[in-house]
Design a binder for this molecule. Structure first.
Ligand SMILES: Nc1ncnc2c1ncn2[C@@H]1O[C@H](COP(=O)(O)OP(=O)(O)O)[C@@H](O)[C@H]1O
Ligand SMILES: [Mg+2]
Length: 445
């Protein structure tokens, strides 16, 4: 969806697709075509299929695109098919039907040779349980993939050291994995995946086994690495807060299907159905809603070429005591107040720039409400919201934030009082059980 600001400027650059998943099915068990070729069974529920055929539906008709350089998150409860999907993308599991197109080529038709090249050159994988070689040093673990490829020892150690440094493990090169904490072991896992310089990094619940504090730190570090290295990331998690924090877009999975794909904000503010709504209910809106969602359009905007008297008239007509000043290209210059204008006019000043008020505060459209609150509290004037190019998008008052919080509450109440449609049963039976309860059960049976 192209995003436009209120001046009709398209803020979304065209993005290149890197991974396309097209109608992928994965059915575990003997002769999956019994389901795939049977129109009735294809549409039957997972339990019915299991009962009638003994086959387990791992993925059902999954389609989505990942853009180059994107941080894409697959989220869902344990058993929803996240690992199966990510394994199909690198063909550690064979799709029963459908296509996985990487850089324009359907890799489902690849033979072993091409598959080997793909895994060595294009993809890297990080697992929940690290998968390190216990009797090899950190350095050898990280360099292992290069060794298998026949890279000379000096070069592979040099590259391994480079990434060991990047993940903050300098000085640990000659220790065995057992000497390292969980977080450090996963840093080894990440360095190992990066050493092959893959375009695409697949991470299957990489932080799920770690303590919350370490986990948050690892999330921050991964975001930093991503900003620097610009890889395409497919990141699996069962944890909503983790998904909201790291994800550029999030795909929510349930029973082998993707039921919604969207930005963290879209998932929170317009869940596609009651299942997603229930999933996101406990996410704190102040941590998720951003200035872009809560901002409002001001009653008036002043253009930089307008004179002080005309501007004063505009403010008085609109019955406001301040307004933002923008250029023809909608760039924000600052704020003027009635007081400031009156002073300028008395001094016979002509240039609005001489009346710009120092109390002016602006914030980026991505600022979360939690961080907005101190800003709006610091001024009696509205806070301006701008994009990366400093173009004016909207304004925020304390009251704007409060009313957006109330809207949020009302939406939740509506869903609760209307109840979920019959086929959309609750994702968790015990409301007190957060997604975290599923930690540690994340692996395939
Ligand atoms: N090798 C397998 N054989 C049979 N069923 C499997 C196998 N691997 C996964 N499944 C089933 O596929 C579904 C999805 O599993 P999985 O992808 O591991 O989910 P997640 O990673 O979201 O926890 C589950 O119902 C699981 O039992
Ligand atoms: Mg899994």
């Amino acid at each position: 969806m192209a995003e436009e600001n209120n001046h009709g400027i398209n803020l979304d650059a065209d993005r290149e697709v890197c991974v396309e998943v097209r109608n992928v099915w994965k059915i575990f068990g003997h002769r999956p075509e019994r389901v795939l070729e049977n129109p009735e069974l294809r549409n039957a529920g997972k339990d019915d299929i299991l009962e009638q055929t003994g086959l387990v539906v791992g993925l059902r008709d999954v389609s989505f695109d990942v853009h180059r350089g994107e941080f894409f998150v697959l989220m869902g409860l344990s058993g929803s098919g996240k690992s199966t999907l990510i394994r199909c993308i690198i063909r550690l599991a064979e799709p029963s039907a459908g296509q996985v197109i990487i850089n324009g080529e359907d890799i489902v038709s690849y033979d072993d040779v091409k598959l080997g090249e793909l895994r060595r050159n294009t993809m890297g994988m990080v697992f929940q349980h690290f998968g390190l070689l216990p009797h090899r040093s950190v350095l050898d673990n990280v360099a292992y993939g290069l060794k298998v490829r026949g890279v000379a020892i000096d070069e592979r150690y040099e590259r391994a050291r480079y990434y060991i440094d990047k993940v903050g493990l300098k000085g640990w090169e000659h220790h065995l994995p057992a000497a390292l904490s969980g977080g450090m072991q996963q840093r080894v896992g990440i360095a190992r995946a990066l050493t092959g310089d893959p375009e695409i990094l697949l991470l299957d619940e990489p932080f799920s086994g770690l303590d919350p504090l370490i986990r948050r730190q690892m999330q921050d570090e991964l975001l930093e690495l991503q900003a620097e290295l610009q890889k395409t990331l497919l990141f699996v998690t069962h944890d909503l807060h983790e998904a909201l924090k790291v994800g550029g877009r999030i795909a929510i999975m349930r029973d082998g299907e993707i039921i919604q794909v969207g930005s963290p904000e879209e998932v929170i503010t317009s869940p596609s159905n009651a299942y997603v709504r229930q999933f996101v209910q406990d996410a704190s809106p102040t941590k998720v809603l951003t200035a872009r969602t809560v901002m409002e359009q001001p009653p008036v905007l002043i253009y930089s070429w307008q004179g002080p008297k005309a501007s004063l008239q505009i403010l008085r007509d609109a019955n406001v005591d301040s307004a933002f000043v923008v250029t023809r290209q909608a760039r924000l210059l600052g704020m003027i107040t009635v007081e400031g204008l009156v002073r300028l006019i008395r001094k016979q000043g002509r240039n609005l720039k001489d009346a710009l008020d120092p109390e002016f505060i602006s914030c980026s459209a991505d600022t979360v409400v939690e961080d907005l609150i101190p800003l709006v509290a610091a001024t009696r004037y509205p806070v301006a919201v701008v994009d990366e190019e400093d173009r004016f998008l909207g304004e925020i008052y304390v009251s704007t934030i409060i009313s957006s919080m109330i809207r949020e509450e009302e939406q939740i109440e509506q869903v609760e009082t209307q109840g979920a449609p019959a086929e959309e049963e609750s994702p968790v039976t015990d409301q007190s059980a957060s997604a975290d309860t599923y930690q540690g059960e994340g692996e395939s049976p």
